[in-house]
Design a protein around this ligand. Structure first.
Ligand SMILES: Cc1ncc(C[n+]2csc(CCOP(=O)(O)OP(=O)(O)O)c2C)c(N)n1
Length: 368
């Protein structure tokens, strides 16, 4: 390849130097880079509605952990622009491969909130039928979902289906070997998959600088030959615009796409950890001023897209959802612990038999 052709090939893959942005922190519009379209007002209004409801779901789930009603909950407060834009960029025929942090995205995709919380309440399965809703179970082993997403995307393509798979992943997950294998495989196959990195700056207590020396995580796509972009993850307009373009790129047969969203996790990793031990209050305050929901609301009010009456109506809707979740908690999860062993292999291995027997004897001991 000539130097000129090589340069053109590299330029075609590179992300913008600064994260793509449509709206500044104070809600005023800024000029976005060429090639990105501002989403229409009715879609922005719907995105804002989903963000309000998503945040209420998130704060309610967090409150339930404090009351001991929910075993664990990884909050995505502060990441709502990413959660909602990821869902709005997809169509019904597309597949979503979420992580444990993406419950708000699942509720926004239309899944029953109680089903979304099943696993976190101590049920053994994900609570919903993945094939029916085209959402994979929320993934806890880091980055394995990226490989599953590539497999699904390739399967959709081979079946002649017009679907795209989108894998959500955190910044820490991009340091896993599975992530690199997934990117390589996707790029070689030209699979219709979008890798969506929510860079929320920490992998539990490990800050980004301690786990990656990349100038931005978006650059991780280039070496595999993958078109990549970085975006302000607290600007709903920008995330939605970039992800919509990425999905379109994948759907139209141009291969995979990597998007990195710069955002911040406002709460601790989960209710089980203490974030004050590894990050400073002023850092959290700075990000609080960049809140994605306030930013969108201020912007849409100034543009006349939403009014006080809309805000009241959506608040009411969000409160109703929170009440439904609280009421749903009164019914215990029906879980048969032995089913855990039934869906691993067609024939149980000696280890599984041994574990099953151990569980049986422990339960017997508890009863007697
Ligand atoms: C393969 C694997 N290694 C380690 C862990 C333990 N672990 C759980 S969450 C986490 C940090 C993940 O951080 P990041 O990918 O940035 O996602 P975030 O939780 O910030 O959304 C780690 C190391 C795991 N779940 N899976």
């Amino acid at each position: 390849m000539s130097v000129r052709a090589l340069r053109q090939a590299v330029d075609g893959l590179l992300p913008s130097l600064a994260p793509v942005r449509f709206v500044a922190e104070d809600g005023t519009a800024v000029k976005a880079p060429a090639g990105y379209t501002r989403p229409p007002d009715d879609l922005l209004r719907e995105a804002w509605r989903r963000m309000v409801i998503g945040r209420r779901f998130d704060t309610q789930a967090t409150a339930l952990t404090k009351q001991g009603r929910l075993a664990v909950y990884p909050s995505s407060r502060g990441q709502e622009a990413c959660q909602i834009a990821g869902v709005l960029a997809l169509r019904a025929q597309d597949w979503l491969f979420p992580t444990y942090r993406d419950s708000v995205a699942l509720v926004s995709r239309g899944l029953d909130p109680m089903q979304v919380l099943t696993l976190l309440r101590g049920g053994w399965h994900c609570g919903y039928d993945p094939a029916a809703v085209r959402v994979a179970p929320q993934c806890t082993p880091l980055a394995t979902q990226t490989i599953h997403a590539v497999g699904m995307a390739e399967a959709l393509r081979r079946n002649g289906e017009d679907g795209v798979a989108m894998a959500f992943i955190g910044d820490g997950g991009t340091s896993e070997g599975d992530f690199h294998e997934a990117l390589n495989y996707a790029a070689v196959l030209r699979a219709p998959v979008v890798f969506f990195v929510q860079n929320n700056k920490y992998a539990i207590s490990v800050p980004l600088a301690r786990q990656s020396a990349a100038p931005a995580l978006a650059y991780k796509g280039i070496g595999y030959g993958m078109r990549s972009e970085q975006v302000d993850g607290n600007d709903l307009l920008a995330v939605l615009s970039v992800l919509t373009a990425a999905v379109e790129h994948a759907r139209s047969g141009q291969g995979p796409f990597l998007v990195e969203a710069h955002t911040y996790r406002m709460d601790a990793h989960t209710n089980a950890d203490d974030a004050t031990r590894y990050r400073q209050a002023d850092e959290v305050e700075t990000w609080a001023a960049a809140d994605p929901l306030t930013r969108l609301e201020t912007h849409l009010r100034a543009q006349g897209v939403i009014t006080d009456a809309d805000v009241d109506a959506v608040q009411e809707e969000a409160e109703a959802l929170a009440a439904t979740v609280r009421a749903g908690m009164n019914a215990d999860v029906q879980a048969d612990a032995f089913e855990l062993f039934e869906h691993v292999f067609a024939e149980p291995t000696p280890q599984l038999r041994e574990q099953r027997a151990l569980l049986a004897s422990e339960l017997d001991a508890q009863e007697n």
